[in-house]
Design a protein around this ligand. Sequence first.
Ligand SMILES: Cc1cc2nc3c(=O)[nH]c(=O)nc-3n(C[C@H](O)[C@H](O)[C@H](O)COP(=O)(O)OP(=O)(O)OC[C@H]3O[C@@H](n4cnc5c(N)ncnc54)[C@H](O)[C@@H]3O)c2cc1C
Length: 415
Amino acid sequence: MAERPTITVIGAGMVGTCCALYLQNEGFAVTLLDRGGPGEEASSGNLGGFGVASCPPMAMPGVLRKVPGMLLDEEAPLRIRLRHAPRALPWFLRFAANARRGRVEANAAARQSLLDRAHEGIDPLVAEAGAGRLMRRTGLMFTFESEAAFRGAAYAFDLRRRNGVRMDLLDGNEARQVQPALSQSVVRAWRVADFSHTLDPLRLVQALAELFRQRGGAFRRTVVHGFELDDEDRVRAVHTGDGRHPVERVVVAAGVWSRKLAAMLGSRVPLEAERGYHAMFNGTDVKMNGGIISVDRHIAVTPMLDGIRAGGIAEFAPPEAPPDPAIARRVRRHATALFPALGSERITEWMGPRPSHPDSKPVIGRSPRRRNAWFAFGHDHLGLTMGGITGKLVSELVAGKTPSVDLTPFRPDRF
Ligand SMILES: Cc1cc2nc3c(=O)[nH]c(=O)nc-3n(C[C@H](O)[C@H](O)[C@H](O)COP(=O)(O)OP(=O)(O)OC[C@H]3O[C@@H](n4cnc5c(N)ncnc54)[C@H](O)[C@@H]3O)c2cc1C
């Protein structure tokens, strides 16, 4: 019998693990490398939403006027560590260029092209992994505590509607009929009925990684330091903490750390750590019916297996810099303002780096410089949602098939 073709995936977060599974579907013998356990970085502490209603990119019209105020305001949803500002400046210049209306419309449409296929990517994997118990389809509400906030968000919600997102407008009382524990301060809400979340993103990735192993995949816990390249534009081996690991093909899916690995393969990508925080209200008695996103407070709140998780905020700082406890406290305060019955539980806090490009689109494609390398990273706020479909698309590319989504907007050399 002919030997199966082999491939090595670097990074066992949501994205890399889904790539590994879909590559197995295409008949590859896959080795998955991670310096830690599967899903333990950004993929562990997210808010669990399959964000199919989140096509609006981060750079929206008018955002630039708000940035100076945000930098000075400790309560702003976007923070930049002062010492990090010079390094982040080129990223912000590209971000500014993406806030023009034409770019916003194009970036939103590109994001929606992946979001429309998100469930096609993840659902078969969840079913095969027997992880359906970690999923709920109970809807999402975007809440508003003032008419001004509602009016201010009109363009973003029109963008959603024009990209096919179906939403119902509720007043405050109707919102509390769906979500009885919600504060009286909520005056309006857009509800997305057809919306799923996971009850634990870390356990979900672990279940997917277990499926990968059961199918015969090899998981190796080791750090990748670099690559051995030949004169014919190919990667010959990866250098790991355990020594040289020969490769026939390689996928870089290392979240925010992909920037460094891509640079070693000759591609410069503007990838920054957009660090988010969560506060977990463990074992709470407060009941939620689906998740919410507070447009005024820039946080999301999701019911999970172990309690209620609230999180958000975008802090631009190196991924390894210590977390800012003031931001975590702020998340906690907003959560208790939205759900006044919360607060007496054991609260745990977490920070993780979203891998973010200035145009709010991931990179999915073949390395421009190395013929046997592919890239899958930069999923910012939507890596849980887009992981499954990204894995499917990467496997199609590697297998030489025409990808089932137009990948032009996600090309690695677009910057
Ligand atoms: C507060 C918060 C809330 C969020 N909420 C949502 C949400 O509701 N819905 C949603 O879709 N998304 C959400 N996200 C975004 C989502 O978490 C990320 O987009 C996603 O986790 C990125 O997955 P990844 O696999 O690309 O990266 P990661 O999960 O960071 O995985 C990268 C992996 O690569 C490994 N690695 C890196 N470098 C090396 C190396 N040199 N050698 C070996 N291994 C290496 C790391 O150890 C890590 O395991 C949220 C994020 C945050 C911070």
